[in-house]
Design a binder for this molecule. Structure first.
Ligand SMILES: C[S@@+](CC[C@H](N)C(=O)[O-])C[C@H]1O[C@@H](n2cnc3c(N)ncnc32)[C@H](O)[C@@H]1O
Length: 450
Protein backbone atom coordinates (compact mmCIF):
# COMPACT_ATOMS: atom_id res chain seq x y z
CA UNK A 1 0.00 0.00 0.00
CA UNK A 2 1.47 3.42 -0.88
CA UNK A 3 1.62 6.28 1.60
CA UNK A 4 -0.74 8.26 -0.64
CA UNK A 5 -3.35 5.52 -0.67
CA UNK A 6 -3.14 5.21 3.11
CA UNK A 7 -3.59 8.96 3.56
CA UNK A 8 -6.67 8.83 1.37
CA UNK A 9 -8.18 6.00 3.36
CA UNK A 10 -7.68 7.83 6.66
CA UNK A 11 -8.99 11.05 5.22
CA UNK A 12 -12.01 9.22 3.79
CA UNK A 13 -12.59 7.61 7.21
CA UNK A 14 -12.35 11.01 8.89
CA UNK A 15 -14.86 12.56 6.47
CA UNK A 16 -17.19 9.62 6.96
CA UNK A 17 -17.07 10.00 10.73
CA UNK A 18 -17.86 13.71 10.44
CA UNK A 19 -20.85 13.01 8.18
CA UNK A 20 -22.18 10.16 10.32
CA UNK A 21 -22.13 12.33 13.42
CA UNK A 22 -23.48 15.46 11.77
CA UNK A 23 -26.36 13.82 9.92
CA UNK A 24 -26.93 10.99 12.36
CA UNK A 25 -27.09 8.84 9.27
CA UNK A 26 -26.52 5.12 9.05
CA UNK A 27 -22.88 4.16 9.02
CA UNK A 28 -23.38 1.13 6.77
CA UNK A 29 -25.08 3.14 4.00
CA UNK A 30 -22.54 5.96 4.15
CA UNK A 31 -19.62 3.56 4.11
CA UNK A 32 -20.80 1.99 0.85
CA UNK A 33 -21.31 5.44 -0.60
CA UNK A 34 -17.79 6.52 0.43
CA UNK A 35 -16.26 3.37 -1.08
CA UNK A 36 -17.88 4.10 -4.44
CA UNK A 37 -17.37 7.87 -4.37
CA UNK A 38 -13.71 7.91 -3.36
CA UNK A 39 -12.89 4.95 -5.60
CA UNK A 40 -11.31 3.14 -2.69
CA UNK A 41 -9.31 0.20 -3.98
CA UNK A 42 -10.46 -3.32 -3.10
CA UNK A 43 -7.53 -3.85 -0.73
CA UNK A 44 -8.19 -0.57 1.13
CA UNK A 45 -11.90 -1.28 1.71
CA UNK A 46 -11.01 -3.46 4.71
CA UNK A 47 -8.91 -0.71 6.32
CA UNK A 48 -11.54 1.97 5.66
CA UNK A 49 -14.24 -0.24 7.20
CA UNK A 50 -12.09 -1.06 10.21
CA UNK A 51 -11.07 2.56 10.83
CA UNK A 52 -14.61 3.90 10.52
CA UNK A 53 -16.41 1.18 12.46
CA UNK A 54 -13.62 0.77 15.02
CA UNK A 55 -13.45 4.50 15.80
CA UNK A 56 -17.23 4.67 16.07
CA UNK A 57 -17.40 1.53 18.20
CA UNK A 58 -14.78 2.82 20.64
CA UNK A 59 -15.76 6.49 20.67
CA UNK A 60 -16.36 6.88 24.39
CA UNK A 61 -13.12 5.13 25.37
CA UNK A 62 -11.18 7.21 22.83
CA UNK A 63 -12.62 10.44 24.28
CA UNK A 64 -11.64 9.26 27.75
CA UNK A 65 -8.06 8.69 26.53
CA UNK A 66 -7.93 12.07 24.77
CA UNK A 67 -9.51 14.16 27.53
CA UNK A 68 -6.35 14.97 29.57
CA UNK A 69 -4.55 16.05 26.40
CA UNK A 70 -7.16 18.42 24.97
CA UNK A 71 -7.68 21.65 26.87
CA UNK A 72 -10.87 22.93 25.27
CA UNK A 73 -12.67 20.26 23.33
CA UNK A 74 -15.42 22.68 22.23
CA UNK A 75 -13.00 25.05 20.51
CA UNK A 76 -11.83 22.40 18.04
CA UNK A 77 -13.51 21.86 14.68
CA UNK A 78 -15.35 18.52 14.38
CA UNK A 79 -12.93 17.09 11.86
CA UNK A 80 -9.97 17.60 14.23
CA UNK A 81 -11.72 15.63 16.99
CA UNK A 82 -12.52 12.83 14.53
CA UNK A 83 -8.95 12.83 13.26
CA UNK A 84 -7.61 12.55 16.80
CA UNK A 85 -10.05 9.76 17.70
CA UNK A 86 -9.21 7.91 14.49
CA UNK A 87 -5.49 8.14 15.18
CA UNK A 88 -5.70 7.13 18.85
CA UNK A 89 -7.86 4.21 17.71
CA UNK A 90 -5.00 3.02 15.50
CA UNK A 91 -2.43 3.56 18.25
CA UNK A 92 -4.40 1.67 20.89
CA UNK A 93 -6.28 -1.05 19.03
CA UNK A 94 -4.44 -1.76 15.76
CA UNK A 95 -1.15 -3.54 16.49
CA UNK A 96 -0.14 -3.77 12.86
CA UNK A 97 0.07 0.01 12.40
CA UNK A 98 3.14 1.57 14.08
CA UNK A 99 2.28 4.64 16.19
CA UNK A 100 4.70 6.86 14.30
CA UNK A 101 3.03 6.00 10.97
CA UNK A 102 -0.45 6.74 12.35
CA UNK A 103 0.76 10.07 13.80
CA UNK A 104 2.59 11.03 10.60
CA UNK A 105 -0.54 10.43 8.52
CA UNK A 106 -2.70 12.45 10.94
CA UNK A 107 -0.33 15.42 10.80
CA UNK A 108 -0.29 15.29 6.99
CA UNK A 109 -4.10 15.37 6.91
CA UNK A 110 -4.15 18.24 9.43
CA UNK A 111 -1.71 20.21 7.22
CA UNK A 112 -3.81 19.60 4.15
CA UNK A 113 -7.18 20.33 5.73
CA UNK A 114 -6.23 23.05 8.19
CA UNK A 115 -3.08 25.08 8.62
CA UNK A 116 0.33 24.78 10.27
CA UNK A 117 -1.03 25.65 13.71
CA UNK A 118 -3.59 22.83 13.59
CA UNK A 119 -0.98 20.38 12.35
CA UNK A 120 1.18 21.43 15.33
CA UNK A 121 -1.70 20.88 17.74
CA UNK A 122 -2.52 17.44 16.32
CA UNK A 123 1.15 16.50 16.44
CA UNK A 124 1.48 17.81 20.02
CA UNK A 125 -1.54 15.90 21.36
CA UNK A 126 -0.57 12.64 19.69
CA UNK A 127 3.13 12.85 20.63
CA UNK A 128 2.16 13.55 24.25
CA UNK A 129 -0.05 10.46 24.29
CA UNK A 130 2.77 8.44 22.78
CA UNK A 131 5.23 9.75 25.39
CA UNK A 132 3.08 9.88 28.52
CA UNK A 133 0.68 6.99 27.85
CA UNK A 134 -3.08 6.68 28.25
CA UNK A 135 -5.06 7.46 31.37
CA UNK A 136 -6.11 4.19 33.01
CA UNK A 137 -9.75 3.10 33.04
CA UNK A 138 -9.01 1.57 36.45
CA UNK A 139 -9.21 5.10 37.83
CA UNK A 140 -12.99 4.90 37.29
CA UNK A 141 -14.20 3.28 40.48
CA UNK A 142 -17.88 2.71 39.67
CA UNK A 143 -18.06 -0.65 37.81
CA UNK A 144 -21.02 0.36 35.65
CA UNK A 145 -19.37 3.60 34.59
CA UNK A 146 -16.13 1.75 33.91
CA UNK A 147 -17.89 -0.85 31.77
CA UNK A 148 -19.69 1.94 29.92
CA UNK A 149 -16.39 3.69 29.09
CA UNK A 150 -14.40 0.51 28.45
CA UNK A 151 -16.90 -0.76 25.91
CA UNK A 152 -18.26 2.61 24.74
CA UNK A 153 -21.90 1.97 25.56
CA UNK A 154 -23.90 4.88 27.02
CA UNK A 155 -24.13 4.85 30.79
CA UNK A 156 -27.95 4.78 30.84
CA UNK A 157 -27.95 1.67 28.66
CA UNK A 158 -25.35 -0.23 30.67
CA UNK A 159 -27.21 0.65 33.87
CA UNK A 160 -30.50 -0.49 32.33
CA UNK A 161 -29.02 -3.79 31.10
CA UNK A 162 -27.31 -4.48 34.44
CA UNK A 163 -30.62 -4.00 36.26
CA UNK A 164 -32.42 -6.26 33.76
CA UNK A 165 -29.86 -9.00 33.13
CA UNK A 166 -27.08 -8.62 35.72
CA UNK A 167 -23.51 -7.36 35.42
CA UNK A 168 -21.89 -10.46 33.89
CA UNK A 169 -24.37 -10.87 31.02
CA UNK A 170 -24.19 -7.14 30.32
CA UNK A 171 -20.38 -7.21 30.23
CA UNK A 172 -20.39 -10.15 27.79
CA UNK A 173 -22.93 -8.36 25.60
CA UNK A 174 -21.04 -5.04 25.59
CA UNK A 175 -17.78 -6.81 24.75
CA UNK A 176 -19.16 -8.85 21.86
CA UNK A 177 -20.79 -5.69 20.50
CA UNK A 178 -17.27 -4.40 19.81
CA UNK A 179 -16.46 -7.26 17.45
CA UNK A 180 -17.26 -7.45 13.74
CA UNK A 181 -20.35 -9.52 12.86
CA UNK A 182 -20.18 -12.38 10.38
CA UNK A 183 -22.12 -12.32 7.13
CA UNK A 184 -24.83 -14.99 7.15
CA UNK A 185 -27.16 -16.11 4.39
CA UNK A 186 -30.30 -18.21 4.25
CA UNK A 187 -30.34 -20.64 1.35
CA UNK A 188 -33.53 -20.57 -0.73
CA UNK A 189 -34.47 -24.25 -0.42
CA UNK A 190 -37.20 -23.86 -3.06
CA UNK A 191 -34.35 -23.44 -5.58
CA UNK A 192 -31.27 -25.24 -4.30
CA UNK A 193 -29.96 -27.30 -1.36
CA UNK A 194 -27.56 -25.84 1.20
CA UNK A 195 -24.70 -28.08 0.00
CA UNK A 196 -25.22 -27.14 -3.62
CA UNK A 197 -25.44 -23.43 -2.79
CA UNK A 198 -22.22 -23.60 -0.74
CA UNK A 199 -20.51 -25.33 -3.65
CA UNK A 200 -21.70 -22.74 -6.18
CA UNK A 201 -20.39 -19.93 -3.95
CA UNK A 202 -17.07 -21.68 -3.39
CA UNK A 203 -16.68 -22.02 -7.13
CA UNK A 204 -17.22 -18.23 -7.28
CA UNK A 205 -14.30 -17.79 -4.84
CA UNK A 206 -16.14 -17.38 -1.52
CA UNK A 207 -15.16 -19.24 1.63
CA UNK A 208 -18.29 -20.81 3.11
CA UNK A 209 -19.09 -22.57 6.37
CA UNK A 210 -22.39 -24.23 7.24
CA UNK A 211 -24.24 -22.70 10.20
CA UNK A 212 -24.26 -25.03 13.21
CA UNK A 213 -27.52 -23.41 14.36
CA UNK A 214 -29.85 -23.12 11.37
CA UNK A 215 -30.13 -25.99 8.89
CA UNK A 216 -30.57 -23.73 5.84
CA UNK A 217 -27.97 -21.09 6.80
CA UNK A 218 -24.40 -20.55 5.61
CA UNK A 219 -21.68 -18.23 6.86
CA UNK A 220 -19.32 -16.31 4.60
CA UNK A 221 -15.76 -16.38 5.94
CA UNK A 222 -14.42 -14.41 3.00
CA UNK A 223 -16.15 -12.09 0.54
CA UNK A 224 -19.37 -10.09 0.40
CA UNK A 225 -22.11 -12.50 -0.70
CA UNK A 226 -24.27 -9.65 -2.04
CA UNK A 227 -21.83 -9.32 -4.95
CA UNK A 228 -22.16 -12.97 -6.04
CA UNK A 229 -23.88 -14.30 -9.13
CA UNK A 230 -25.67 -16.83 -6.92
CA UNK A 231 -27.33 -13.89 -5.12
CA UNK A 232 -28.61 -12.45 -8.40
CA UNK A 233 -30.08 -15.85 -9.25
CA UNK A 234 -32.04 -15.86 -5.98
CA UNK A 235 -30.23 -18.75 -4.37
CA UNK A 236 -30.13 -17.06 -0.96
CA UNK A 237 -31.06 -14.09 1.20
CA UNK A 238 -28.59 -12.26 3.42
CA UNK A 239 -30.05 -12.54 6.91
CA UNK A 240 -28.76 -13.07 10.43
CA UNK A 241 -29.31 -16.46 12.07
CA UNK A 242 -31.37 -14.97 14.92
CA UNK A 243 -33.81 -13.43 12.43
CA UNK A 244 -34.29 -16.82 10.82
CA UNK A 245 -35.74 -18.13 14.08
CA UNK A 246 -38.93 -16.07 13.64
CA UNK A 247 -40.14 -18.21 10.72
CA UNK A 248 -39.34 -21.35 12.74
CA UNK A 249 -41.38 -20.08 15.68
CA UNK A 250 -44.28 -19.26 13.36
CA UNK A 251 -44.26 -22.77 11.86
CA UNK A 252 -46.35 -21.91 8.78
CA UNK A 253 -47.46 -24.91 6.74
CA UNK A 254 -48.28 -25.41 3.07
CA UNK A 255 -51.41 -23.65 1.76
CA UNK A 256 -51.95 -21.51 4.85
CA UNK A 257 -52.93 -17.83 4.90
CA UNK A 258 -50.31 -15.85 6.80
CA UNK A 259 -49.94 -12.19 7.78
CA UNK A 260 -46.53 -10.54 8.19
CA UNK A 261 -47.61 -7.23 9.72
CA UNK A 262 -44.26 -5.36 9.67
CA UNK A 263 -42.64 -6.98 6.70
CA UNK A 264 -40.16 -4.75 4.85
CA UNK A 265 -37.63 -5.43 3.42
CA UNK A 266 -39.05 -8.93 3.45
CA UNK A 267 -36.37 -11.04 5.13
CA UNK A 268 -38.87 -12.97 7.21
CA UNK A 269 -41.76 -12.89 4.71
CA UNK A 270 -39.58 -14.57 2.10
CA UNK A 271 -38.39 -17.15 4.63
CA UNK A 272 -41.99 -17.97 5.59
CA UNK A 273 -42.94 -18.16 1.89
CA UNK A 274 -40.02 -20.53 1.24
CA UNK A 275 -41.01 -22.72 4.19
CA UNK A 276 -44.52 -22.89 2.70
CA UNK A 277 -42.86 -24.12 -0.50
CA UNK A 278 -44.34 -21.31 -2.56
CA UNK A 279 -47.94 -22.34 -1.75
CA UNK A 280 -50.70 -20.56 0.21
CA UNK A 281 -50.35 -16.83 0.69
CA UNK A 282 -48.21 -14.50 2.77
CA UNK A 283 -49.69 -11.01 3.09
CA UNK A 284 -46.72 -8.73 3.68
CA UNK A 285 -47.66 -5.34 5.06
CA UNK A 286 -45.48 -2.31 5.72
CA UNK A 287 -46.10 1.35 6.32
CA UNK A 288 -43.91 2.72 3.54
CA UNK A 289 -44.30 2.34 -0.22
CA UNK A 290 -40.54 2.48 -0.89
CA UNK A 291 -39.92 -0.27 1.64
CA UNK A 292 -42.73 -2.45 0.27
CA UNK A 293 -41.05 -2.19 -3.13
CA UNK A 294 -38.05 -3.98 -1.58
CA UNK A 295 -40.26 -6.89 -0.51
CA UNK A 296 -41.51 -7.23 -4.10
CA UNK A 297 -37.97 -7.08 -5.47
CA UNK A 298 -36.78 -9.75 -3.05
CA UNK A 299 -39.75 -12.04 -3.74
CA UNK A 300 -39.12 -11.70 -7.49
CA UNK A 301 -35.41 -12.41 -7.16
CA UNK A 302 -36.13 -15.50 -5.06
CA UNK A 303 -38.84 -16.74 -7.46
CA UNK A 304 -41.59 -16.64 -4.81
CA UNK A 305 -45.12 -16.05 -6.10
CA UNK A 306 -46.98 -16.64 -2.82
CA UNK A 307 -46.24 -13.19 -1.34
CA UNK A 308 -48.77 -10.37 -1.73
CA UNK A 309 -47.65 -6.96 -0.53
CA UNK A 310 -49.74 -4.20 0.94
CA UNK A 311 -48.85 -0.63 1.97
CA UNK A 312 -50.79 0.00 5.19
CA UNK A 313 -50.57 0.95 8.79
CA UNK A 314 -51.01 -2.42 10.44
CA UNK A 315 -52.87 -0.76 13.28
CA UNK A 316 -55.68 -0.23 10.78
CA UNK A 317 -55.75 -3.66 9.13
CA UNK A 318 -59.12 -4.48 10.66
CA UNK A 319 -60.56 -2.15 7.99
CA UNK A 320 -59.08 -4.41 5.27
CA UNK A 321 -59.41 -7.93 6.66
CA UNK A 322 -62.19 -9.70 8.54
CA UNK A 323 -61.62 -10.98 12.07
CA UNK A 324 -60.21 -14.53 12.30
CA UNK A 325 -58.80 -14.46 8.76
CA UNK A 326 -55.23 -15.70 9.19
CA UNK A 327 -53.82 -19.06 10.27
CA UNK A 328 -50.66 -17.36 11.52
CA UNK A 329 -49.49 -13.81 12.15
CA UNK A 330 -45.95 -12.54 12.54
CA UNK A 331 -45.44 -9.16 14.18
CA UNK A 332 -41.75 -8.35 13.77
CA UNK A 333 -42.22 -5.02 15.46
CA UNK A 334 -40.34 -1.74 15.01
CA UNK A 335 -37.93 -1.64 17.95
CA UNK A 336 -34.86 0.07 19.40
CA UNK A 337 -32.55 -2.43 17.65
CA UNK A 338 -30.25 -2.83 20.66
CA UNK A 339 -29.47 -6.37 19.47
CA UNK A 340 -27.79 -5.20 16.25
CA UNK A 341 -25.35 -2.61 17.58
CA UNK A 342 -22.42 -4.46 16.08
CA UNK A 343 -23.80 -3.71 12.63
CA UNK A 344 -24.76 -0.10 13.36
CA UNK A 345 -22.36 1.26 15.98
CA UNK A 346 -23.49 4.87 15.46
CA UNK A 347 -26.80 3.84 17.00
CA UNK A 348 -25.21 3.58 20.44
CA UNK A 349 -24.89 7.33 20.73
CA UNK A 350 -28.20 8.40 19.25
CA UNK A 351 -30.73 6.16 21.07
CA UNK A 352 -32.26 7.48 24.24
CA UNK A 353 -34.26 5.88 27.01
CA UNK A 354 -37.27 7.92 25.85
CA UNK A 355 -37.15 6.14 22.46
CA UNK A 356 -37.65 2.83 24.23
CA UNK A 357 -40.77 4.04 26.03
CA UNK A 358 -42.27 5.44 22.83
CA UNK A 359 -41.60 2.17 21.00
CA UNK A 360 -43.14 0.07 23.71
CA UNK A 361 -46.47 1.83 23.28
CA UNK A 362 -46.36 1.42 19.44
CA UNK A 363 -45.55 -2.27 19.86
CA UNK A 364 -48.45 -2.66 22.26
CA UNK A 365 -50.93 -1.05 19.89
CA UNK A 366 -49.67 -3.06 16.89
CA UNK A 367 -50.12 -6.31 18.81
CA UNK A 368 -53.60 -5.39 19.98
CA UNK A 369 -54.65 -4.33 16.48
CA UNK A 370 -53.52 -7.41 14.55
CA UNK A 371 -54.51 -10.02 17.16
CA UNK A 372 -58.27 -10.14 16.25
CA UNK A 373 -57.31 -11.07 12.66
CA UNK A 374 -56.00 -14.44 13.84
CA UNK A 375 -58.14 -17.57 13.56
CA UNK A 376 -58.97 -19.47 16.75
CA UNK A 377 -56.20 -21.99 17.40
CA UNK A 378 -53.83 -19.87 15.26
CA UNK A 379 -50.28 -18.80 16.13
CA UNK A 380 -49.15 -15.21 16.74
CA UNK A 381 -45.41 -14.58 16.90
CA UNK A 382 -44.08 -11.33 18.32
CA UNK A 383 -40.40 -10.59 17.63
CA UNK A 384 -37.88 -7.75 17.90
CA UNK A 385 -34.17 -7.36 17.26
CA UNK A 386 -33.65 -5.79 20.65
CA UNK A 387 -32.48 -6.73 24.11
CA UNK A 388 -34.79 -4.89 26.47
CA UNK A 389 -37.43 -6.23 28.84
CA UNK A 390 -39.74 -3.25 28.41
CA UNK A 391 -40.03 -3.78 24.65
CA UNK A 392 -40.03 -7.56 24.88
CA UNK A 393 -41.31 -9.49 27.92
CA UNK A 394 -43.27 -6.53 29.26
CA UNK A 395 -45.06 -5.86 25.93
CA UNK A 396 -46.10 -9.52 25.68
CA UNK A 397 -47.11 -9.77 29.33
CA UNK A 398 -49.34 -6.68 29.08
CA UNK A 399 -50.90 -8.03 25.89
CA UNK A 400 -51.70 -11.38 27.52
CA UNK A 401 -53.17 -9.68 30.58
CA UNK A 402 -55.49 -7.57 28.40
CA UNK A 403 -56.36 -10.35 25.92
CA UNK A 404 -57.38 -13.45 27.85
CA UNK A 405 -58.36 -15.28 24.63
CA UNK A 406 -54.59 -15.58 23.98
CA UNK A 407 -52.04 -17.74 25.80
CA UNK A 408 -48.33 -18.53 25.56
CA UNK A 409 -47.62 -21.37 23.10
CA UNK A 410 -45.44 -23.80 25.01
CA UNK A 411 -45.17 -26.16 22.04
CA UNK A 412 -43.08 -23.65 20.07
CA UNK A 413 -39.87 -25.22 21.39
CA UNK A 414 -40.53 -28.29 19.22
CA UNK A 415 -40.62 -26.14 16.09
CA UNK A 416 -37.26 -24.53 16.78
CA UNK A 417 -33.89 -25.78 15.44
CA UNK A 418 -32.29 -28.37 17.75
CA UNK A 419 -29.37 -26.14 18.74
CA UNK A 420 -31.78 -23.52 20.11
CA UNK A 421 -34.11 -25.83 22.04
CA UNK A 422 -32.00 -26.03 25.24
CA UNK A 423 -32.37 -22.24 25.64
CA UNK A 424 -36.18 -22.44 25.69
CA UNK A 425 -38.10 -22.96 28.90
CA UNK A 426 -41.44 -21.26 28.22
CA UNK A 427 -43.15 -19.58 25.28
CA UNK A 428 -40.52 -16.94 24.63
CA UNK A 429 -36.81 -16.61 24.02
CA UNK A 430 -34.28 -13.82 24.42
CA UNK A 431 -31.18 -14.45 22.34
CA UNK A 432 -28.13 -12.48 23.46
CA UNK A 433 -25.43 -11.67 20.88
CA UNK A 434 -22.96 -13.68 22.96
CA UNK A 435 -25.11 -16.87 22.90
CA UNK A 436 -24.21 -17.88 19.32
CA UNK A 437 -22.48 -14.81 17.91
CA UNK A 438 -25.72 -13.88 16.13
CA UNK A 439 -27.79 -10.72 16.68
CA UNK A 440 -29.64 -10.05 19.91
CA UNK A 441 -33.25 -11.06 19.24
CA UNK A 442 -36.51 -11.75 21.07
CA UNK A 443 -39.33 -14.11 20.09
CA UNK A 444 -42.59 -14.92 21.83
CA UNK A 445 -45.02 -17.49 20.48
CA UNK A 446 -48.68 -17.03 21.41
CA UNK A 447 -51.80 -19.00 20.59
CA UNK A 448 -55.39 -17.93 20.21
CA UNK A 449 -57.47 -20.25 22.36
CA UNK A 450 -59.96 -22.43 20.47
C1 LIG B 1 -38.06 -4.72 12.25
S1 LIG B 1 -38.54 -4.01 10.76
C2 LIG B 1 -39.17 -5.39 9.89
C3 LIG B 1 -38.14 -6.30 9.28
C4 LIG B 1 -38.78 -7.37 8.44
N1 LIG B 1 -39.71 -8.17 9.19
C5 LIG B 1 -37.73 -8.29 7.83
O1 LIG B 1 -37.47 -9.35 8.36
O2 LIG B 1 -37.18 -7.93 6.79
C6 LIG B 1 -40.01 -3.20 11.22
C7 LIG B 1 -40.82 -2.66 10.06
O3 LIG B 1 -42.05 -2.21 10.57
C8 LIG B 1 -42.52 -1.18 9.74
N2 LIG B 1 -43.59 -0.49 10.50
C9 LIG B 1 -43.47 0.37 11.53
N3 LIG B 1 -44.68 0.75 11.97
C10 LIG B 1 -45.60 0.12 11.21
C11 LIG B 1 -47.00 0.10 11.17
N4 LIG B 1 -47.73 0.83 12.02
N5 LIG B 1 -47.63 -0.66 10.23
C12 LIG B 1 -46.90 -1.39 9.37
N6 LIG B 1 -45.55 -1.42 9.36
C13 LIG B 1 -44.90 -0.68 10.27
C14 LIG B 1 -41.28 -0.37 9.46
O4 LIG B 1 -41.45 0.38 8.27
C15 LIG B 1 -40.22 -1.47 9.33
O5 LIG B 1 -40.00 -1.79 7.98
Amino acid sequence: MTTKARTNVREAAMDLLVTIEKNQSYSNLLLNHAINNNQISQKDIGLLTELTYGTLQRRMALDFFLKPYIKDHKKLADWIIHLLRLTVYQMVYLDRIPDRAAIYEAVEIAKKRGHKGIAGLVNGVLRSIQREGLPSLNEVSDPIERLSLETSHPLWLVGRWVSQFGYDKTKEMCEINLTAPMQIARVNLTKISRDECAQVLEEEGFEIEKSPIIPEAIRSLKGNLATSIAFKYGMFTIQDESSMLAAYALGAEKNEFVLDACAAPGGKSTHIAEKMQNTGEVISVDLHQHKVRLINENARRLGLSNIKTNVSDSRLLQEKFKQETFHRILLDAPCSGLGVMRRKPDMKYTKTEKDLERLSSIQQSLLTSVAPLLKKGGTLVYSTCTVDKEENEHTVKTFLENNPEFEGDLSFKNRMPEAIQPLITGFDLQIFPQDFGSDGFYIAALKRKV
